[in-house]
Design a protein around this ligand. Structure first.
Ligand SMILES: [Zn+2]
Length: 366
């Protein structure tokens, strides 16, 4: 459930920084393009932002704030490799540009490079000893790498699964197999292929709560890496697959569209790709005529009661199922890409489905 915590906080921090970092000579082509770029970021038009920053960097390649903007736009477009390059350039010119360090560290962390992320944060610390976000990240990553240093790793083509001891080697190997199969099934269906490796960590219940600060009931978490509390429980195979596929789908959606995807679409896809997700959702919807309004499914499900939350997941899966039936999985993948570029959901839906989103939802209600 916490898949979006870090990303959202980070983006907000960067937006504030962006407002302050329009530098250069007012009226110059680079300055004008840079301003357009930050405006586009604020308005969620990520593709426009990328174009504006490319133009600005062309006109003034020595302004680190423009490389920061280009890096942020690339990140929001789901292009971590391009984002890393721009941010490294910004930091070579201006090692004290804390926002660039925060974003670069976050991207490295998501790409399974925890040592690289820690190195970036630690290099930034002397320039901003009072920056609370930076200090928290350094502290958190040091704690996490202390736990993970003792862990073993099992690697697949697209995943690294970390686990604590030889006793879990079989479990980790099974997790890798499940994830690689899910990769081909889900990524191919949506035509979304993440550039980076995804890290999955198998914890005991205690370690899980300690690292994620998740509530007791959380089944798993995604916050840049997939965290699953399976050690110490007799994890039955079906439940392991369900949780892994669900969290991997979040990771996949997040990799293509870090911002702007409503919760119902995120959770609906995650449930729809679970092995028995659709049957579960249909059964939930069959036992009650109650439905939550769509507005309650757009933001976080955290404030919902347990009964409402079950309904919210089931309705989300139902909406996504209807989208998959109507346009196939490729249309949903294309819609996610449109949202990543900065289209509002309604506009992206209309482009992919040739009907208005409201009409689609009304049709389902009847
Ligand atoms: Zn979820």
């Amino acid at each position: 459930m916490s898949w979006n915590r870090i990303a959202v906080a980070l983006v907000i921090a960067l937006l504030c920084a962006g407002t302050a970092s329009a530098q250069g000579i007012p009226g110059s082509p680079a300055y004008v393009a840079g301003r357009l770029g930050w405006d586009a970021i604020r308005e969620g038009r990520h593709q426009d932002a990328a174009a504006a920053f490319a133009k600005a960097v062309d006109a003034e390649p020595r302004d680190p704030s423009l490389h920061l903007g280009a890096g942020l736009a690339a990140f929001l477009l789901g292009q971590p490799t391009a984002a890393r390059q721009s941010l490294e350039r910004a930091l070579t010119m201006a090692p004290a540009l804390t926002q660039a360090s925060l974003l670069l560290g976050d991207i490295l962390y998501r790409g399974s490079d925890i040592a690289g992320a820690l190195q970036v944060y630690e290099a930034a610390l002397p320039y901003a000893p009072d920056d609370k976000t930076l200090a928290t990240r350094v502290e958190r990553l040091r704690r996490e790498s202390a736990v993970h240093d003792a862990f073993f790793a099992s690697r697949g083509a697209h995943f690294t699964v970390l686990f604590e001891g030889p006793a879990d080697e079989g479990l980790a190997a099974r997790a890798v197999d499940i994830l690689e199969a899910a990769y081909w099934r889900v990524a191919t269906a949506l035509a979304i292929y993440p550039e980076d490796q995804i890290t999955v960590v198998l914890y005991t219940q205690e370690q899980f709560r300690d690292i994620t600060r998740s509530p007791q009931w959380a089944a798993a978490a995604y916050d840049g890496r997939i965290r699953i509390p399976v050690r110490g429980t007799a994890a039955d195979s079906g439940e392991l697959e369900r949780v892994l596929v669900h969290e991997f789908t979040h990771a996949l959606v997040q990799s293509v569209a870090p911002r702007g995807v409503p919760t119902w679409l995120h959770e609906g896809l995650a449930v729809a790709f679970e092995p028995d997700g659709e049957a579960w959702a249909a059964a939930q919807l069959a036992v009650t005529p109650d439905r939550l309004p769509l507005s309650r499914l757009t933001g976080s499900f955290a404030p919902l009661s347990a009964t409402e939350a079950r309904l919210a997941y089931a309705q989300s899966a139902g909406l996504v199922r209807a989208m998959l039936d109507r346009g196939g999985p490729l249309a949903v993948g294309a819609l996610l890409q449109d949202v990543a570029r900065g289209d509002p959901l309604q506009a992206a839906f209309e482009r992919q489905y040739l009907m208005s989103f409201d009409a689609f939802v009304d049709g389902l209600a009847q």
